[in-house]
Write a protein that binds this ligand. Structure first.
Ligand code: C2E
Ligand code: MG
Ligand code: MG
Ligand code: MG
Length: 282
């Protein structure tokens, strides 16, 4: 049809799309080598408990230090990896490093918890729960110290494999967290259906809670709703002391953000934990 031929003509002549496709293809073709060459590593961002004012855990965030491009942000290469079969390898890499590193923090805090991001795409892997169980056993890590943050570039299928995998993971005794709560697919339906024990309110709803009345009301009602359902609440993207104070006042459980610490390499996390172990942080 005319519409279809116009459509394909448009695709061919749109230089941005062509660049996008080339860019993605080149990232994809370099990912395997990047893993083998040690360009991929894991950064950790501490999580602050707002009642005890203590660091109680950290989130593992994947990093790619590319020799020519510099730091490639995960928002660029994770979607590319998800659309190929590369996401499984990257996920297991992050899990292995995070679990191994976390065991080294036992001397400071035997209950320190670590959060790893898990793409919805991974929930389609029939062996995921078994593989994670094997990793936990290998490193002798109590499952309740691992949190999987479900991050979504695609929707969870509530009737199929995805939900089955989530229940299998939950049955291992680890915790599931709904990342970027309030955005994309991660809305009310998710906290109703998923066996999660935590939500992370997306940073776009956090930054102005101390100065915008509606933002404050939305965040506080979300905290109340979550608590009523027995869920813990983490606020991400906390950059200002005023924001932290507002979150504490509305009874939010945990905060994460540049105010507390940027994501750092493991030795810096270790120093941060040992330095803050004996005193209140904020
Ligand atoms: P996310 O899981 O929601 O992580 C939060 C992002 O916000 C991180 O970006 C973090 O560095 C950034 N951030 C933390 N505190 C602040 C703050 O105070 N202000 C601002 N402006 N930003 C802050 P990052 O590391 O670039 O990661 C982006 C996304 O990539 C993550 O969002 C997550 O969805 C995904 N991702 C990262 N690592 C992995 C991974 O190992 N596996 C999967 N599947 N996805 C990952
Ligand atoms: Mg996350
Ligand atoms: Mg998030
Ligand atoms: Mg995100």
């Amino acid at each position: 049809s005319e519409a279809a031929s116009q459509g394909s003509k448009y695709r061919v002549h749109d230089p941005r799309r062509l660049e996008d496709a080339t860019f993605r293809q080149s990232l994809l073709s370099q990912l395997d080598l990047a893993l083998a060459n040690g360009e991929i590593w894991v950064a950790y961002q501490p999580k602050l408990d707002l009642r005890g004012k203590r660091i109680i855990g950290a989130e593992a965030l994947i990093r790619w230090s590319h020799p020519d491009r510099g730091m490639v942000p995960p928002d660029q290469f994770i979607p590319v990896a998800e659309q190929s079969n590369r996401i499984a390898g990257l996920t297991m890499f992050v899990l292995e490093h995070a679990i191994r590193d976390m065991r080294r923090l036992d001397t400071f805090d035997p209950e320190f918890s670590i959060a790893v991001n898990l793409s919805v795409r991974m929930l389609g892997e029939p062996n995921l729960a078994d593989e994670i169980a094997a990793l936990l056993a290998k490193h002798a890590l109590p499952p309740h110290r691992l949190v999987l943050e479900i991050t979504e570039n695609e929707e969870i299928d509530p009737n199929g494999m995805h939900l089955k995998t989530l229940y299998a993971l939950r049955a291992l005794g680890l915790h599931l967290s709904i990342d970027d709560y309030g955005t994309k697919f991660s809305t009310l339906d998710y906290i109703r259906q998923l066996p999660a024990s935590e939500i992370k309110i997306d940073q776009r709803f956090i930054g102005n809670v101390h100065q915008d009345r509606n933002a404050w009301i939305m965040a506080r009602s979300t905290v109340e709703l979550a608590h009523s359902l027995g869920l813990k609440v983490v606020a991400e993207g906390v950059e200002l002391p005023e924001t932290l104070a507002a979150l504490t006042e509305m009874d939010c459980d945990v905060a994460q953000g540049y105010l507390i610490s940027r994501p750092v390499r493991f030795p810096d996390l270790e120093r941060f934990i040992s330095a803050t172990k004996m005193r209140r942080v904020a």
